[in-house]
Ligand binder design. Structure first.
Ligand code: NDP
Length: 419
C-alpha cells in the first residue's frame, strides 16, 4: 500500500504510470504532476476505468523547489518519481529532503542553461580534472550523499534502461557470472523505423545534446575522449540484424568505473543510421542544436527548443514505428580461473509496446525500469540511506521484476566481441 508522486507526464512517464497502474497492489495511489495539468488529467481519465490505483493530478513547476515542497506536503507521498527532465533533478531532490521523502529519477543532472557562469565554472573545472566534457555528470547528485544519509532517505539515480538496467546487468554479471570482469561494452541498438526522415525517440533536446557531444570511454583508470561519432563499429544484433554503431559518452560509465574499479575498460555504443547522422550534422553546422538564446524579431528563442517544436513529438512515433530494440552488455573476464565472455540483453518490439501501452519501445524500455525501480524502493528491497545508482543494489529482484513486467533478459555465452 503506497502513495507515489510522479513528476512528468511525457513519453517515458506515460509508460511508467501505466505500468504502476498494472501493479495496483503496490501503487495504491498515484498523483501525476507537471506544468501542463491537462495532459496529466487526460492520462488519468484514460487509465482510471482499467485500474484499482487511485489516480489524482496536480500542476507543478518542478524548477521551483517551493512548488514541489508544497505539493509533497499536501499529497504526502512515500516516494517521488522524477520522470520530468534532468534539469529538475536537484530541485526535486531538495524538496524530497525538505519533506523527508525517498527520491528516484531516470537520468542524471544537467543544467538547462549551459551558459550559466556559476554552473560553467564548476563544469570547466570538472572537464579539466576528470577528463570528459559531457554536460551531465554525477557530481551534482553525489554531493547529496551525506544529506540523504543523515535524513535516512534513499535516492535512486538513473532507473531507466541505460542508465538503469545496464547497471543491473553489470551487478548481476559480477554477482553470478564472473570472479573478475575485465571489460564491459554496453550496446544500445534501435532497429526501429518510424518512417520520418528525422525524428528523435525521446526528448529531442536531451537526445541531440547527448549524441552531438564528444564520445568518451573509461580505460585503465582514466577517461579517453574522442571527437563525436569518430569510433564506428558494426554488430549483428539478435532479432535485429547488422547495424552501424558509434562510441558515445554515457552516464553509467562514470558510476560503473567508480563502483566496479577492477574493470579495465568500459565503453558505450549506440546505433545510428546514416540519414539520422546527416541531419544531425547539418542541424549542428547551422547552429540549430545551440542552447544559447538568440534574439529573433524582438523575441528571444533558444534554437534547440525551437527545433524541438518543429520535430515530431516522440510520443507520436508509437503508431508508426516498426522493428525492435536490443540493449545489453558484453563482458569479458574470468570465472573459476577460466577466461569467459558473456552477453546479457533485452529485445523489445516497438509494435508490441504500442499495442500494450500506446508508445514506442524507447519510452517503454525506460518507463518499465522506472516502475520496477520504484517497486524495489516501495517494497523495501532497495532501501539504504544515501544516494545510489542501480549497480549498488541487489540486481536479482530488479531483473525478476523486469522479466515479469515486460523486459525479459536474454543471455548468450561466448558472444561475438566488439573490436
Ligand atoms: P518528455 O519531454 O516527453 O517529457 C518530459 C515531461 O516532463 C513532460 O511531461 C513535461 O511536462 C515535464 N516537465 C518538464 N519540465 C517540467 C517542470 N519544470 N516541472 C514539471 N514538469 C516538467 O521527456 P521523456 O519522457 O522522453 O524523458 C523523461 C526523462 O527520461 C528525461 O529525464 C530523459 O533524459 C529520461 N530518459 C532516460 C532514459 C534511460 O534509459 N535512462 C532513456 C530516455 C529518456 P510539462 O512541460 O507540461 O511540464
Amino acid at each position: 500500500m503506497s502513495r507515489v508522486l510522479i513528476i512528468g507526464c511525457g513519453g517515458v512517464a506515460s509508460v511508467a504510470i501505466q505500468k504502476c497502474c498494472q501493479v495496483s497492489e503496490v501503487f495504491t495511489e498515484i498523483c501525476i504532476a507537471s506544468r501542463t495539468k491537462e495532459k496529466c488529467d487526460a492520462l488519468a481519465a484514460k487509465l482510471a476505468p482499467g485500474t484499482a490505483t487511485v489516480i489524482t493530478t496536480a500542476k507543478v513547476d518542478a524548477d521551483k523547489v517551493e512548488e514541489v515542497i508544497s505539493l509533497i506536503r499536501s499529497y504526502q507521498p512515500d516516494l517521488v518519481m522524477n520522470i520530468a527532465l534532468p534539469y529538475q533533478d536537484l530541485t526535486i531532490m531538495d524538496a524530497c529532503l525538505a519533506c523527508g521523502v525517498n527520491y528516484m529519477d531516470t537520468a542524471n543532472y544537467e543544467p538547462e542553461d549551459t551558459e550559466d557562469p556559476k554552473w560553467r565554472a564548476v563544469y570547466e573545472k570538472r572537464c579539466r580534472e576528470a577528463g570528459f566534457s559531457a554536460y551531465f555528470d554525477y557530481s551534482w547528485q553525489w554531493a547529496y550523499q551525506e544529506k540523504f544519509k543523515a535524513a535516512g532517505l534513499t535516492a535512486l539515480l538513473g532507473s531507466g534502461f541505460d542508465p538503469g538496467v545496464t547497471q543491473a546487468y553489470c551487478a548481476y554479471a559480477k554477482k553470478h557470472e564472473f570472479d573478475e570482469i575485465d571489460t564491459i561494452d554496453i550496446l544500445d541498438c534501435n532497429g526501429g523505423d518510424h518512417g520520418y526522415a528525422f525524428a528523435t525517440n525521446f526528448n529531442p533536446e536531451i537526445n541531440l545534446r547527448e549524441v552531438s557531444a564528444p564520445g568518451s570511454y573509461w580505460e585503465d583508470g582514466r577517461w579517453v575522449e574522442i571527437p563525436a561519432m569518430s569510433i564506428k563499429r558494426e554488430y549483428d544484433f539478435d532479432r535485429v540484424g547488422t547495424k552501424d554503431m558509434y562510441l558515445l559518452h554515457h552516464e553509467e560509465i562514470e558510476s560503473l568505473a567508480k563502483n566496479l574499479p577492477e574493470v579495465k575498460r568500459i565503453r558505450f555504443f549506440m546505433t545510428f543510421g546514416q540519414s539520422y547522422l546527416d541531419h544531425m550534422r547539418c542541424l549542428e553546422d547551422v547552429g540549430m542544436l545551440s542552447t544559447t538564446p538568440e534574439m529573433y524579431e524582438g523575441r528571444e528563442i533558444v534554437p534547440i527548443q525551437f527545433l524541438k517544436a518543429l520535430l515530431p513529438d516522440p510520443a507520436s512515433l508509437g503508431p508508426r514505428t516498426k522493428g525492435k530494440t536490443n540493449i545489453g552488455c558484453i563482458f569479458t573476464g574470468r570465472k573459476d580461473g577460466r577466461e569467459k565472455t558473456w552477453y546479457i540483453y533485452n529485445v523489445c518490439d516497438h509494435e508490441e509496446c504500442y499495442k500494450e501501452v500506446g508508445s514506442q519501445a524507447i519510452s517503454y524500455t525506460t518507463g518499465v525500469p522506472a516502475m520496477c525501480g520504484a517497486l524495489m524502493l516501495l517494497t523495501g528491497k532497495w532501501n539504504k540511506p544515501g544516494v545510489y545508482t542501480v549497480e549498488e543494489f541487489d540486481p536479482d529482484p530488479f531483473l525478476e521484476a523486469l522479466d515479469r513486467y515486460g523486459l525479459p533478459r536474454s543471455v548468450e555465452e561466448n558472444p561475438v566481441l566488439v573490436e
